[in-house]
Write a protein that binds this ligand. Structure first.
Ligand SMILES: [Zn+2]
Length: 893
């Protein structure tokens, strides 16, 4: 009688991907007769002649059964851009016996195609010899290709692959079957993904056991604490899938051991146990009318208002725009009014471009033009366009409040259907709600048209989706979750606590519904059990941002721990020095840990989402480190999305690129998204609690922060930051009140992946009304508590100097390379200024010089390459404005 591995060992988590291995692959025999389904590849070590930077050799024997030959959902082995003959190889720690293999070829119908031929060889003790009497060696797509051959006993098998012409080759899965004489192997154990646990929460352990061979003994598993300051309580220490709780904060190592007779294997997982989150979260500062007076930001903001936003709305107004634009709303309104209507254009989600642009238009109107004739003229035109657009957009809203032109104009589509998750119903609804809130605030709450429509839309969703008897559903592209929380908070403030709760409840419900899907849209596991950033990066950061919102609003321990785990995984393993995310190794998404090639994808929208995510964590944990990361993303990843004239944008943001920006894109999801964060500066600059006002960013500006200690506080910053570290903040409360102003003290190495030297930290000086003070430092903030009166002034000097940045040696792409930074700005070298393959020695002196004529005025960094030639670096945000190649990481050895 066959004995199978218990079910709790079969549903396993491996490498961040939910892999339900068939129990057959793990079948173990109770008697000595082995069956050919014992896959010995599972206990082999794989190697290859070459693996592409986009793929991984470990995919070869992860036990996954691909759905088709382009199924990269669980990784793939490929050797692009190589061609000719390549090989893959398995090594075993002791000789195995086999006479049968299966190969599932990888073919992406692009650079990687089916091979022309393959050969199987085995190590005969001296050399790789061809197996005898091979039958099969098939090269078919979308199936396992079985090959049988005269049984061999060997410790190595090698599969040679001949490419077809100029194409590369690849394999999704290669299995090697035991012929019955192979020895026992110890079980292979993966304890899981390192994670953070926020007390008093628990963590979900999902050990993965791979057992192959002919063990006569049943498997047994046991969890134990290897190290850590407190007690660990496992719900079931004898189950691979279980939970653990911790008695005290600190670093823990948990060990999973699997026994099979005399043989055992084990692995460990790290758990960082954090103290409980603060009981209350900070309140965001909503962007209303504000003034910018800053050498960097005044010019950038003006170009966005004068050039970029008109470009976006004019383009979206084009009647025949193939990507889909404003006219889809007219078509939908015509249909709803019973009139003849034109055919809709663009993909289902194209309403989003209009909603995003509307939000950016509203934000552009919150900027005080300070008499600038061009800004005044642009704002007048923006206002007129809004007046034209808003009634027409609202006319496309269905009687029940539903709004999405694709559904209104398509035949036979039903809302919230699992088959139409890709139609972005939630994504577009979320952007509309956000645009409506921005509009309502911009008008000083005098024009409720969009806001009311957003409430009707959200109410329509609330009426249809939720716990039984309502529908359960989730969207393929997240965004609505964070929008609903934004709306819920706003309604709570407007109408009293609890009035907006239903929107927050729906946000949580939509998050809770995500499961049984794919890592691509973060639905492979319940979100509360996800500890690693995976899949499409925009979807990912949007959902993580929504999770952070829900964790804050509900205090749910599982969401808190998942959010902190994913945050730590991103910032310490999957984060570019520019603050961008998404290497692009999965579809527009995250790659493996430390896999941060400089041909990065880093979509502009994912930079925006990364900023939102860090902002939420800053609110939840009152900790300046999240604002350090926000600043890094804003000043590099996001600020560089547009060219200096704000007439062109980029969809992707590689750290080594020769690509110029362009005015439009076949999927213009980023065009209206990019200006949102760039025009929402008050929200990033400040946060508040009942008794504290947090200063997160240093930008010359005038912003009113409402309701701090019962008064409104006008904050006037005067500074040339980031070019200088001197900042003067005048605090003007409407009435004298006692509260704390908490000024962020920047940390220039906010990610565990990168170290900046020399150290440039702390405050050079800090004074209030001219008297020097030594502040209390609290979570990265200098806290100044006193009774504030109009005109009180804080003067501070932040140290800013050129720093060399080195990446962890785990980031292969950056080994032997150095980046430069100045304050929050990361720098690039460009081929228009120098040869970019030269070496900047680690001891060469570096200096800065202001160049007012270059790139709108920038501080350049200068040095000397080892060959004596001059090195000149410019800020990353200003990269690729003059043609040629531009790169962040230059050689230093
Ligand atoms: Zn985008």
């Amino acid at each position: 009688m066959k004995r199978f591995v218990p079910v709790h060992l079969v549903a396993i988590l491996f490498a961040g991907l939910c892999v339900s291995f068939s129990s057959v692959a793990y079948a173990r025999q109770a008697d000595s007769v082995a069956e050919p389904s014992t896959n010995l590849a599972l206990v082999a070590t794989a190697s290859t002649s070459f693996v592409s930077g986009h793929e991984t050799i470990t995919a070869l024997n992860n036990g996954y059964q691909p759905a088709h030959s382009d199924d990269k959902s669980h990784g793939a082995y490929g050797n692009w851009p190589q061609s000719g003959t390549q090989w893959v190889q398995y090594d075993w720690s002791q000789p195995i016996s086999t006479g049968k293999i299966d190969v599932y070829w990888f073919d992406d119908n692009r650079g990687v195609r089916l091979p022309k031929a393959c050969r199987l060889k085995y190590w005969d003790g001296k050399r790789f010899a061809a197996v005898e009497n091979p039958t099969g060696l098939g090269l078919a797509r979308n199936q396992l290709n079985t090959t049988t051959f005269t049984e061999v006993s060997t410790s190595k098998l090698r599969l040679e692959i001949d490419s077809n012409g100029t194409f590369s080759t690849g394999i999704l899965e290669w299995r090697v079957y035991d012929s019955g004489k192979s020895p026992d192997f110890p079980p292979s154990v993966k304890a899981g993904i390192d994670r953070v646990v926020v007390m008093p929460g628990k963590t979900y352990l999902q050990g993965a056991i791979r057992a192959a061979g002919n063990s006569k003994a049943a498997l047994g598993v046991v969890w134990s604490k290897a190290s850590g300051p407190g007690t660990v309580i496992f719900e079931r220490a004898d189950a691979a899938a279980t939970t653990a709780r911790f008695s005290a904060a600190g670093q823990y190592v948990l060990k999973l051991t699997a026994h099979a007779g005399q043989l055992s294997g084990s692995d460990t997982v790290r758990a960082t146990v954090d103290p409980p989150a603060p009981a209350t979260h900070l309140a965001p500062v909503l962007t209303k009318r504000y003034k910018i007076d800053n050498r960097l930001w005044s010019g950038r903001t003006k170009k966005i208002i004068v050039n970029w936003i008109p470009h976006c709305y004019e383009k979206l107004s084009e009647p025949g725009l193939a990507e889909g634009g404003f006219n889809n709303f007219i078509r939908a309104a015509d249909k709803l009014a019973g009139k003849p209507f034109d055919r809709r254009q663009g993909p289902p989600w194209s309403d989003a471009y209009v909603h995003n642009t509307v939000e950016s238009m509203c934000l552009a109107l919150t900027v005080d033009p300070q008499g600038d004739a061009q800004i005044i003229a642009a704002q007048k035109a923006i206002r007129a366009k809004l007046e034209d657009w808003i009634p027409k957009i609202l006319a496309a809203q269905e009687p029940d409040g539903y709004l999405q032109t694709h559904f209104t104009l398509s035949q036979g589509l039903s809302h919230w259907n699992p088959a139409t998750r890709g139609d972005h119903e939630g994504y577009t609804a979320g952007y509309f709600i956000e645009a409506a809130l921005a509009h309502y605030l911009m008008t000083g709450k005098t024009d409720p048209r969009m806001y009311r429509a957003a409430r009707r839309l959200a109410d329509c969703w609330c009426a249809n989706l939720g716990p039984t008897p309502k529908k359960s559903w989730y969207d393929g592209h997240q965004e609505l979750e964070q929008a609903l929380v934004r709306l819920g908070r706003f309604v709570n403030e407007e109408q009293g606590p609890g009035k907006g709760q239903k929107y927050i409840d729906l946000a949580r419900f939509l998050l809770d519904c995500r499961r049984d899907g794919s890592p691509y849209d973060q639905s492979h596991l319940p979100l509360t059990r996800q500890y690693e950033a995976v899949g499409h990066a925009v979807r990912a950061v949007y959902v993580y941002s929504g999770m952070a919102d829900v964790a804050m609003e509900t205090g749910d321990a599982d969401y808190r721990s998942a959010v902190k785990s994913i945050w730590s995984n991103i910032v310490n393993k999957k984060y570019y020095v520019t603050g961008g995310v998404g290497s692009g190794e999965t579809s527009e998404g995250f790659g493996p840990n430390y896999s941060l090639g400089n041909n990065a994808y880093c979509e502009s929208c994912s930079g925006c989402g990364e900023l939102f995510f860090q902002h939420k964590l800053n609110l939840a944990y009152h900790d300046a480190r999240y604002a350090d990361l926000m600043e890094e993303t804003l000043y590099n990843a996001v600020l560089g999305d547009l060219d200096l004239e704000a007439k062109n944008f980029t969809y992707t943001n590689a750290l080594d690129s020769s690509e110029s920006r362009y005015p439009w894109h076949g999927c213009p999801c980023c065009v209206g998204n990019i200006p949102r964060p760039l025009l929402m500066l008050p929200t990033w600059m400040y946060a508040k609690s009942a008794e504290s006002l947090y200063v997160n960013l240093f930008i010359g500006s005038t912003v009113t922060v409402e309701n701090v200690a019962g008064t409104n506080v006008e904050m006037v910053q005067a500074t040339d930051y980031p070019w200088s570290g001197k900042v003067s903040i005048t605090v003007n409360p409407s009435a004298a009140k006692t509260f704390s102003v908490k000024v962020r003290v920047p940390n220039r190495s906010p990610s565990g992946l990168y170290t900046s030297t020399p150290k440039c930290e702390g405050l050079t000086s800090l004074s209030v009304n001219g008297a020097s003070i030594s502040p209390v430092l609290d979570k990265g903030y200098a806290a100044i508590s006193r009774t504030w009166r109009t005109g009180d002034r804080i003067d501070l000097v932040l140290p800013i100097s050129v720093q060399r940045v080195k990446a962890s040696n785990k980031v292969a792409a950056d080994v032997g390379r150095v980046a430069l930074r100045y304050g929050p700005l990361v720098y690039n070298i460009e081929s228009v200024d120098q040869e970019v393959d030269l070496v900047l020695g680690p001891n060469s002196a570096l200096s800065t010089e202001w160049n007012g004529n270059l790139l709108g005025g920038v501080m350049v960094i200068q040095g000397v390459f080892t060959n004596g030639k001059t090195m000149m670096a410019i800020p990353n945000y200003a990269r690729n404005n003059r043609g040629g190649r531009s790169l962040v990481w230059m050689k230093d050895e």
